[in-house]
Design a protein around this ligand. Structure first.
Ligand code: PNS
Length: 166
């Protein structure tokens, strides 16, 4: 079985991520979307919330699984019995970081290859950080994230403002 893992923070999932998920799922038998539990960062959404958003957004793609993980991506990929990491490349600015990650991962596990998909031009500008910034200042995020995610983002940002957490 040809299995790949698409690791990321997905805080929150955007249409750019979904574009990469749809296109890479069509290339493999099974795609596992790996949601990083990152103890170093304070995400807007818990890993469970991010997993649930992704489960909902991918419910119509039959060969996609969504799981949270912590630790190294390569170790998660190995646990999944997968051979590929999928990452999206939006623009040249992504390239240096992505190349560094892919090379490091390959040194850590030479059996795992990273496959890059160039993001659809329509989403080349889009990032979860931009979505949060636009929402923070009350801008319209309906063009950036699935409908079910829109209100969750506004609500959480309002809660954060009330409690004074960023
Ligand atoms: O969506 P993001 O935040 O750009 O995804 C980055 C991610 C999760 C793929 C990367 O930070 C990662 O793989 N983290 C897990 C720790 C790890 O494996 N680090 C070594 C890669 S150099």
């Amino acid at each position: 079985m040809r299995r790949a893992v698409y690791p990321g923070s997905f805080d929150p999932v955007t249409f750019g991520h979904l574009d990469v998920i749809e296109r890479s799922a069509a290339l493999v038998d099974e795609l596992i979307v790996g949601v990083l539990i990152n103890h170093a960062k304070t995400p807007l959404f818990s890993a469970e919330e991010r997993v649930n958003m992704l489960l909902d957004a991918t419910k119509n793609i039959s060969n996609v699984r969504v799981e949270a993980f912590s630790g190294l991506s390569v170790d998660f990929v190995k646990r999944c019995d997968a051979k590929f990491i999928v990452r999206g490349l939006r623009a040249i600015t992504d390239f240096e970081y992505e190349l560094q990650m892919a090379q490091t991962n390959r040194i850590m596990n030479s059996e795992i290859d990273t496959l890059f998909l160039t993001t659809n031009l329509e989403y080349a500008y889009l990032s979860s950080t931009t979505v949060k910034e636009v929402a923070y200042y009350g801008g319209d995020i309906t063009h950036f994230v699935p409908e079910a995610v829109v209100n969750q983002v506004y609500r959480r940002i309002e809660e954060r403002k009330l409690t004074g957490t960023k």
